[in-house]
Design a protein around this ligand. Structure first.
Ligand code: FPP
Ligand code: MG
Length: 353
């Protein structure tokens, strides 16, 4: 049996070669974004750091387990959406953008700390998860703490709108996760239902990040709506690709525990596609494997999926959604920030992690 969750040190393969970031190269895109957003991103990092440094006994755990090591995709969405929808960003804008970008990142970090408890996952971002280091009980409190810090930051803005929208996105995250948990073991859910859960789980926070970036710099409503839709579709594409990685990714590259969707009996797109296309007998065979957890369950399910177009369909669906996301940006003026947003939409479905 192939153990896709073996530690990174056991593998000698290099990550896939990076390409020109405009065509989806991972490391180059993140580096170029860091250059482009330079000081703004530095302000976000300092805001995160300050907001989790309240108690010296725990700040190291918060830093390691919760807030560090991510790609900062959501803060980048806030900052890029601001730059793509205005010509000038003043000092007040800069401060509020940093607070909102940090707030969104902390909601994301909190949700992942909790998610790893739910998924019993021990590796994320190439590091042991909070629950692996601290145990489930403390990881839950750590996630709660990060979430309250996020809300405190959002509440510092001149208007209550960012805090209300971030709270709404966080509620949506919880509802999405609850619905997916409640649907565990139900292999008959529709693709529309699956997508709705993903929009709640991942799309809503990305959409909120983009919309708030535009709102903070005073962009008109149409631009706010367009970048908001872009963010939702980007999040959806990102999560479908994530569901593909959960079956076909390799843990040393992806940097987190894989195969958790099947362990949690989540009906994700590869399974839904197979069950919608296969003959009743073939569906029955897969259902039998799905309903009887065994040590070789993952390999057996993968072998069945690989006899069909489930993998290709999942990838194509994610790519189609990322193209649709990019098309939402058509009404924006041509700027470097817009080009980076388009590049991020390609990255969502072309990444190794
Ligand atoms: C990752 O999904 C999980 C999410 C995007 C959302 C999880 C939300 C919660 C646990 C609710 C708690 C929320 C707050 C604000 C405290 P995944 O398991 O499919 O992806 P993964 O492979 O990255 O783990
Ligand atoms: Mg998970």
């Amino acid at each position: 049996m192939i153990d896709r969750n073996r530690s990174e040190a056991e593998f000698t393969l290099d990550p896939p070669a990076d390409r020109d970031f405009r065509r989806g190269g991972t490391a180059e895109l993140v580096d170029s974004l860091r250059d482009f957003l330079g000081r703004d991103l530095g302000r976000v990092e300092r805001t995160i750091e300050q907001s989790i440094s309240g108690d010296p006994r725990y700040s190291a755990s918060f830093r390691q387990a919760g807030a560090m090591g991510g790609k900062r995709l959501r803060p980048m969405l806030v900052l890029l959406s601001a730059r793509a929808t205005t010509e000038s960003i003043n000092v007040r804008h800069q401060q509020e953008l940093a607070q909102i970008a940090a707030s969104v990142e902390l909601v994301h970090a909190a949700s992942l700390v909790h998610d790893d408890v739910l998924d019993e996952a021990d590796m994320r971002r190439h590091q042991p998860t909070a629950r692996a280091k601290l145990g489930n009980r403390r990881a839950i409190l750590l996630g709660d703490y990060l979430f309250t810090r996020a809300y405190a930051l959002a509440a510092q803005c001149r208007s209550t709108l960012p805090a209300r929208q971030i709270a709404a996105a966080a509620s949506s995250l919880c509802i999405g996760e609850l619905s997916q948990g409640d649907a565990s073991g139900d292999w008959t859910i529709s693709q529309a239902n699956y997508r709705r859960m993903l929009v709640q789980k991942t799309g809503s926070l990305c959409g909120t990040a983009c919309r708030l970036g535009a709102w903070l710099v005073g962009a008109d409503r149409q631009l706010q709506r367009s970048v908001g839709r872009f963010g939702v579709l980007l999040g959806l594409a990102f999560q479908i690709y994530d569901d593909w990685l959960d079956y076909w990714g390799e843990a040393p590259h992806v940097g987190k525990t894989l195969g958790t969707d099947l362990k949690q009996a989540k009906a994700t797109l590869p399974i839904l596609r197979y069950l919608s296309e296969a003959s009743p007998e073939a569906c029955g065979e897969l259902r039998e494997i799905l309903d009887s957890p065994a040590p070789d369950q993952f390999d057996r399910v993968l072998a069945v999926l690989n006899t069909s177009d489930a993998e290709q369909y999942t990838l194509e669906t994610a790519k189609r959604l990322s193209d649709r996301a990019a098309s939402m940006l058509r009404i924006l003026p041509d700027t470097e920030a817009k080009q980076f947003l388009v590049a991020l939409s390609h990255y969502a479905t072309n990444r190794s992690r």
